[in-house]
Design a protein around this ligand. Structure first.
Ligand code: LLP
Length: 384
């Protein structure tokens, strides 16, 4: 079944200049509703990982749903506040927060810093002291779990730039709890992204249980288990909304929360990926020796994931009326060999001027777009 264009008929799509991101806000709302329903357990709180998509319309919609925001820069904090997220529901992560970002976040009175090193805790402490305001800090711990996902987006394994190693953690906890300028909030974990097998999350729960047992006398108001829930890139129409019940139940059933302890999640992709589609137009259908190429007007500048992670996005010709199909390589206009959306893609017979939809592009699509080759960043359109 091709992309559902009920809320934005093909004729109106045809009239738009390309490439552009098309967002189905009805699907976004349905996804948010289902996520809220599936996570309605005591103490569970969701923060949207703004990095996945910081389009102002999308952010406003998500803020209006009442969840919090997970940010990684002052730019994201500002975007979240502008969209209506209350500062108290904003968490601020990232391995390289600058002094300016830390000071601004303290002034905004955000809900929590997720600190990634003892050095960072020291700087937060100094800046908090200079501003005369205590800073809320959770520690990002590296739980050494293999999330079995692409190596660029696996983050929970030993010794990488993210988080604090388990062996270094006790000293950093000491640092926080003994500081006059830090309010210790708890522990933060994030094991990777596009995780579709729930086993690593179950292992994470077990590790957190052990950690909590090792610190029976430490007050740990919050556990933050990060994000990473994956989506179905192969069959977006069969699974437009991820299996939130399965995901949240893993934590409900395996994590031993203490009485009144809060459990935070930072979901990005799972909330926004399926509602976004990159719409491009065919500039040429080019015959090679053994192959045919469909060249479209948006490439890795518009959607970087295939070039950067060899990611697969479903590709559809949404305007061809042909019943016959042919096999094509679908490529962008950028002067890089990796600027290919898909090889050997079966499409209805395709012509110059047809519209090609690259599905499941709502997360890390527009957010990672660039003006490489001096091409404009795609604009966005929304379902009516
Ligand atoms: N929390 C932390 C600390 C993170 O680093 C990330 C993502 C998230 C939450 C949200 O993860 P999600 O629920 O969206 O999987 N550009 C890559 C993904 C990079 C993910 C970076 N961190 C891609 O296009 O696949």
């Amino acid at each position: 079944m091709p992309m559902d264009t009920t809320n934005f008929p093909i004729e109106s799509l045809r009239a738009e200049s390309t490439p552009f991101y098309y967002y189905d806000l009805h699907l976004l709302d349905a996804t948010l509703d289902k996520m809220k329903e599936s996570s309605s357990f005591p103490g569970f709180h969701i923060h949207y990982a703004v990095k996945a998509n910081s389009n102002p319309e999308i952010l406003k919609r998500i803020a209006a749903s009442g969840i919090g925001a997970d940010t990684v820069s002052l730019g994201e904090i500002r975007a979240a506040i502008a969209a209506g997220f209350p500062a108290a529901k904003i968490v601020f992560a990232g391995v390289g927060k600058t002094d300016e970002e830390i000071a601004a976040a303290i002034e905004y009175e955000i809900g929590c810093f997720n600190a990634e090193s003892d050095e960072e805790v020291g700087v937060i402490e100094e800046i908090a002291k200079s501003l005369g305001k205590k800073a809320p800090v959770a520690l990002r711990i590296n739980p050494e779990i293999d999330a079995h996902t692409h190596h660029y987006i696996t983050t929970g394994l030993a010794e990488n730039k993210f988080g604090i190693a388990m062996s270094l953690m006790p000293d950093v906890v000491e640092h926080c709890v003994n500081s006059e300028w830090i309010e210790f909030k708890g522990f933060h974990f994030h094991i990777g992204s596009q995780i579709t097998d729930m086993t690593p999350y179950r292992i994470l729960c077990e590790k957190i249980n052990i950690l909590q047992e090792e610190y029976p006398d430490l007050a740990i108001p919050t556990i933050n288990v990060g994000g990473g829930l994956g989506i179905d890139y192969d069959n977006p129409e069969d699974h437009p909304i991820p299996d939130f019940d399965e995901f949240f139940n893993i934590f409900k059933n395996n994590l031993h929360l203490r009485p009144s302890q809060q459990l935070h999640f930072e979901l990005g992709r799972a909330l926004v990926a399926q509602c976004g589609t990159l719409i491009t137009r065919v500039t040429f259908v080019k015959k090679g020796v053994n192959k045919q190429f469909v060249i479209v007007d948006g490439g890795m500048n518009a959607l970087l994931r295939p070039a950067l992670y060899q990611a697969h996005h479903k590709i559809e010709n949404i305007t061809s009326e042909s019943e016959k199909t042919e096999v094509y390589d679908v490529a962008g206009p950028i002067c890089e060999s990796s600027d290919v959306f898909g090889e050997n893609v079966q499409l209805p017979v395709t012509h110059r001027g047809d519209l090609i939809a690259i599905r499941s592009a709502g997360a890390y699509g527009e957010a990672m777009a660039s003006s490489y080759n001096s091409r404009p960043i795609p604009v966005s359109k929304f379902s009516r």
